[in-house]
Design a protein around this ligand. Structure first.
Ligand code: NAP
Length: 300
């Protein structure tokens, strides 16, 4: 397919490379041009502005947050203004439910089509085309971009024909991941303060009742205190908890645990930890308990 790809950060760079590997013609755009230039050796064409990445059958966006998506979609030279009729915007960023609805409406009004396709998996999974995609949109539109979804991920889940429902599902998943990070951190503070070896403890957990990838991955990061460089920055983690809370607010769903997680993320950010991996939230319990020989992610 002839595609555009906008947003070549930790996730987007690998995703765009995999689209090229799968044989698609890809024109890439990134706010900081150096990241786009890095994809030329993989066969990408570099767009100087957003509109130049919007000439094909679909454009994929993988941007930090609502603000970034709004800034490339709306406006005189944005995606809505430039994308041909019937072409598809595939929005992979983790954004608010409200913005997803607004995007669907704006594209429909312009005669374009829209699919929300947020993903699970960190930059390593993005580079290896092993993402899990949660797609939301009309069946025919998702089918039209199926080659894109297959090139970036190992499996696509379709839970609704409404794009914003896919964004809500993604936010619910990140809420669960943050809950695991916090609860693992508290459990490790408890046994760590008693002197139990944390690597052996994690090995026991993940060999028995807690063998899920989320315990293995985040347990390993917390035990090894591998918070830099970030795979998923704590500032983006806070964004997602805030978005889950906003969705809960709108739907009148209290999320007391999410409120606690928001404050944990805020504590980390208040001490300058926004660029650490969000697994550093799992080190806060050890700090609070004064567990010996453990990194204090707040640096205090
Ligand atoms: P990242 O490395 O920080 O990359 C963010 C991208 O957004 C960069 O291309 C950045 O451009 C661009 N951007 C930020 N603000 C912008 C603005 N105002 N205008 C235009 N472009 C802007 O983030 P990431 O980790 O790749 O995450 C991207 C999205 O995927 C986020 O929604 C995140 O929540 C989601 N996600 C991340 C992971 C993960 O593990 N990292 C997993 C699943 C989903 P510059 O290069 O110019 O800064």
């Amino acid at each position: 397919m002839r595609l555009g790809f906008i947003g070549l950060g930790r996730m987007g760079a690998g995703m765009a490379a995999n689209l090229l590997k799968a044989g698609h013609q890809v024109t890439v755009y990134n706010r900081s041009p150096d990241k786009a230039a890095a994809l030329v050796e993989h066969g990408a064409t570099v767009a100087k502005q957003v509109a130049d990445a919007c000439r094909g059958e679909a454009v994929i966006t993988m941007l930090a947050d609502d603000h970034a998506v709004e800034s490339v979609v709306f406006g005189e030279h944005g995606i809505v203004a430039a994308l041909p009729a019937n072409a598809v915007h595939v929005s992979c960023s983790t954004i608010s439910v409200a913005l997803s609805r607004r995007l669907a409406q704006a594209h429909a009004a312009a005669g374009q089509r829209f699919v929300a396709a947020p993903v699970f998996g960190r930059p390593e999974a993005a580079a290896a085309a092993k993402l899990f995609v949660v797609a939301g949109g009309a069946f025919g539109v998702i089918e039209a971009v199926r080659p894109v979804l297959e090139a970036i991920g190992q499996r696509t889940f379709i839970l609704s024909d409404q794009p914003d429902a896919a964004n809500l599902v993604k936010l619910s998943g990140n809420f669960l991941i943050a809950s695991v990070i916090e609860s693992l951190g508290e459990a490790m503070a408890l046994v760590g303060k008693r002197g139990v070896d944390l690597h052996a403890y994690l090995e026991m957990l993940t060999s028995t009742l807690f063998s899920a990838p989320v315990y293995r991955l985040y347990g390993g990061l917390i035990v090894d205190e591998a918070f830099e460089p970030a795979g998923f920055a704590a500032a983006l983690g806070l964004k997602d908890i805030d978005l889950a809370l906003a969705a809960g607010h709108e739907l009148r769903v209290p999320l007391p645990l999410a409120s606690l997680l928001r404050d944990r993320c805020l504590t980390l950010l208040a001490h300058g930890g926004g660029t650490l991996d969000w697994s550093a939230v799992g080190a806060l319990a050890g700090r609070d308990a004064n567990v010996p020989d453990r990194v204090d992610p707040t640096g205090s």
